[in-house]
Design a protein around this ligand. Structure first.
Ligand SMILES: [Zn+2]
Length: 140
């Protein structure tokens, strides 16, 4: 399904594009799950401040890049339902607000927190089904 980007208030196709330069989104080789982009847009409205997208869609090649360190079955990869995950570059006070709203929305199946001192701080959100078992994890 193609996305009507005009209906998305806060995010552009470019922001959610694969970061490797393959232009999978632009070329229509992959897409973003409509529910994910809709919920992400709502989350941005609730937060009231910009949300930097560190990573959304990843082609399989980019996901397997050791520098990216994507899980082999990562929700960032479009395997037919579109990209179902986004990593938002937020931390500290704003990170807490993002987490609070994400929990209140109760629509994200997976929430991953990278908020330690070293490395990049981000919050992963995905809508990948896990049989009704919502997941929470941290990155070591
Ligand atoms: Zn790519």
């Amino acid at each position: 399904m193609s996305i009507n980007w005009d209906a998305i208030n806060w995010f552009s196709q470019n922001e959610l594009e694969c970061k490797c330069g393959c232009q999978s989104l632009k070329k229509g080789k992959a897409t973003i799950n409509l529910e994910l982009i809709t919920k992400l847009d709502e989350l941005r409205s609730r937060c009231g401040f910009p949300l930097r997208v560190n990573s959304a869609l990843r082609c399989a090649k980019h996901n397997s890049n050791p520098k990216v360190g994507g899980h082999p079955t990562s929700a960032h990869v479009d395997t037919g339902e579109g990209c179902m995950a986004v990593d938002l570059g937020v931390d500290r006070a704003k990170g807490r607000i993002v987490l609070q709203h994400a929990l209140e929305m109760d629509c994200f199946e997976g929430i991953g927190l990278a908020q330690s001192g070293k490395g990049s701080r981000f919050i992963h959100l995905d809508i990948k089904p896990r049989g009704g078992n919502k997941a929470l994890w941290t990155y070591s």
